[in-house]
Design a protein around this ligand. Sequence first.
Ligand code: ZN
Length: 461
Amino acid sequence: MAAIPARSIFAEAALLEHGWASDVRFMVREGRISAIESGVAAQVGDERHGCMIPGLGNLHSHAFQRGMAGLAEQRGDTDDSFWTWREVMYRFLDRMTPDDLHAVAAMAYLEMLEGGFTRVGEFHYLHHDPEGRAYADPAEMSAAIARAAGEVGLGLTLLPVFYAHSGFGAQPPSTGQRRFIHDLDGFARLLDGARQAVRGLDDAVVGLAPHSLRAVSPEQLAALERMAPDSPIHIHIAEQVREVEHCLAWSGLRPVEWLLDHADVDRRWCLVHATHMTADETRRLARSGAVAGLCPITEGNLGDGLFPAQAFLAEGGNWGVGSDSNVLIDATEELRLFEYGQRLQHRGRNIVASREIRSTGETLWRQAVQGGAQALGVKEEGVKSGLSIGLPFDAVSLDLDHPSLAARGSDRLIDGLVFAAGRGGVDCVWRFGAQVVSGGRHRARDAVVRRYRDRLGRLIG
Ligand code: ZN
């Protein structure tokens, strides 16, 4: 990508690493914040904005599922569950080509930017052609993902998924899973191809993802860990009660417990849907330094259950949010639902906030920014909770004309954004210094939507 010229951006209020600051000038050079001054006047030539907060990392997405948003909301003949939803999802992906995936992913990624996310962790498992054969380039579908992220300007952490089995104890895969399956050698080739595919993108990261303890054997999991000595490792862990029961029947251990006992779980790891945990698992996961990846909208949509946030946070656990099924893409709503789940469970208010940071919106945003950066493999010095020198200029400005943001400053603004305005309170979004959203609209919205509608007509029609 062409170098972006240096420029200066002024905000009346900004959320920095050490807290809120007023009258802030950011110098942005080659995509990164090269200097920050606060308590200064705007200068001629500064771009001017009201309130600026860091963009959020979306740590878990299956971009193709954006195309089936709302298609699994009709009651079937048997009790509906995660597992009946999964059958609808398998049918939806049956015919998807690389160009379809590109069009659908670009739509999802554009909406992520409009909704306050500036980087995505794409947990990518749709690898092979509709017959289940590898494409001539085994990373062709990964390349479609990279193209979509590059086109709309979203930061990408690509997490190619290793998938080999349909259930605990290395059960053979089902027909519906034929497009996901690899052996370890084939997966190593896919990883090489994925690294090639992201080469043209600014600060892209490639990690990897054993799909779940259902889908990989212990030996495969150990081999995958060796393939990623320094990069992020993500896994679906304990989303469903049935999954916990099957894991217990197979090993005598619960999934989080099994993983903590058998893998070297540390800050590289993100345990997606660490939903069903005992008090002991919760404590151990928090102390491991790994990130708990929560997807409150999808977990609510699929009826998964609630994460034990209060106990996890009391132990200093790291967490972040993901849009997962992409049934609705909105950073503020993920955070709001995360808090509301805890309020409903504990029958209290302002559960995640503390005496140090009393604002719930600010606490949620900061913790999810930091956990998201860690989970998405941003270099350790870049794992911050506020805008900071050296970081990419990934930022969101708020629309201070929004009624829910009227007559408020700093932390009241972010509470207003998260709890009242929602994504309607987003004005501009920058990613790696480039402004991609203004007035809440992505610069390429019309063309991306048109192409998405064409492709979806073929896929669903
Ligand atoms: Zn998932």
